[in-house]
Design a protein around this ligand. Structure first.
Ligand SMILES: Cc1cc2nc3c(=O)[nH]c(=O)nc-3n(C[C@H](O)[C@H](O)[C@H](O)COP(=O)(O)OP(=O)(O)OC[C@H]3O[C@@H](n4cnc5c(N)ncnc54)[C@H](O)[C@@H]3O)c2cc1C
Length: 283
């Protein structure tokens, strides 16, 4: 397969090239997903635009309020080992540690993981549960939107002609907030998730004030389990409530049968892993 390799030096250069060659040009970051797509002939781009040549897109920064800003070229490994992320947004580091092997995490980027838009994208559930937003730059304008609104279907996002993602913005975790990400896969982290569950909850000793639960690999896109959240919010958590929430999450999932697991098994595992995630948070 032949394609031309393009090395933009700025985001502006990249987006004007992408918009001029819409449909014919593909971004490459770490290449761990894109090269597979090219080799399997799932896509045949005429141009491959290497955004890794653009300086300044690889950072993990906290502001004074504790909000987190992640450049799209940040590797999964950086998020896994960052002392600051482990301390202030541990659920992100936890999800990063569950993605593939160290070799893949050293090369694969957060932007690539999200923009590839696999329903099983490892970093999506924890970021959605944290209320993350993504910053997108196009030839005409810049916009930010909630990550949960970014995905449209398997491999499909709201990115328009010429646009690229540049940053992920994550609100600070409030006091008394805990998060957990659980992945179920056949061969450990090196394998794609059969089910991924992230839960982030703010609780006082008496009751659950706010909770967000996000599921991966069990619908065409990563999704919020809103019915499960509603079952828990404002309530004193007990075993019965946890069971109701776990069942609600399972009911909301829309998995498919594929080579990793049947739809029925996935639905059952959503229940099991949602139950475990809530138990882990509420002790
Ligand atoms: C052996 C192996 C194991 C893996 N295991 C897992 C796993 O357990 N969990 C998991 O979630 N993933 C897994 N992956 C998939 C992959 O490693 C990750 O999704 C990785 O984070 C992709 O990042 P990348 O930089 O390599 O993306 P690339 O391959 O460079 O790009 C991926 C896609 O995103 C687009 N893109 C990249 N950056 C941008 C941007 N800034 N703006 C717009 N579009 C962009 C590209 O055009 C391409 O379509 C695995 C892959 C392999 C090969």
């Amino acid at each position: 397969m032949r394609f031309e390799y393009v090395e933009p030096r700025t985001v502006g250069e990249a987006v004007s090239f992408l918009s001029a060659y819409d449909g014919k040009a593909k971004i490459i970051a770490g290449g761990t997903d894109l090269i597979n797509l090219i080799q399997s002939k799932s896509i045949r781009p005429d141009y491959v635009v290497d955004i890794a040549c653009i300086p300044g897109l690889d950072y993990v920064k906290y502001d004074g309020k504790g909000d987190l800003f992640i450049g799209v070229l940040t590797t999964i490994r950086t998020l896994e080992v960052s002392a600051e992320v482990k301390k202030r947004h541990p659920v992100i580091a936890q999800a990063a540690r569950r993605l593939g092997s160290v070799a893949i995490r050293n090369v694969g980027t957060i932007g690539g993981n999200l923009c590839h838009a696999s329903p099983a994208a490892e970093t999506a559930p924890s970021l959605i549960a944290l209320g993350a937003r993504v910053k997108i730059v196009g030839p005409m304008e810049e916009r930010t939107l909630a990550l949960e609104d970014f995905f449209i279907g398997p491999g499909q996002t709201v990115l328009r002609r010429g646009e690229m993602m540049v940053e992920i913005q994550v609100p600070a975790m409030q006091p008394h907030t805990k998060g957990v990400y659980l992945k179920h896969s056949i061969r450990g982290p090196a394998d794609l998730a059969i089910v991924g569950v992230a839960a982030v909850a703010t609780c006082d000793p008496e009751r659950c004030e706010e909770v967000r639960i996000a599921l991966g690999a069990v619908a065409p896109t990563p999704i919020r389990a809103r019915n499960a959240e509603e079952a828990l919010e404002g309530k004193q958590i007990d075993g019965r409530l946890i069971e109701t929430a776990a069942r609600a999450a399972s009911d909301q999932s829309r998995p498919i049968t594929d080579l990793r697991a049947s739809a029925g098994y996935r639905k059952e595992m959503v229940k099991v892993f949602t139950r475990s995630a809530i138990r882990e948070i509420f002790g």
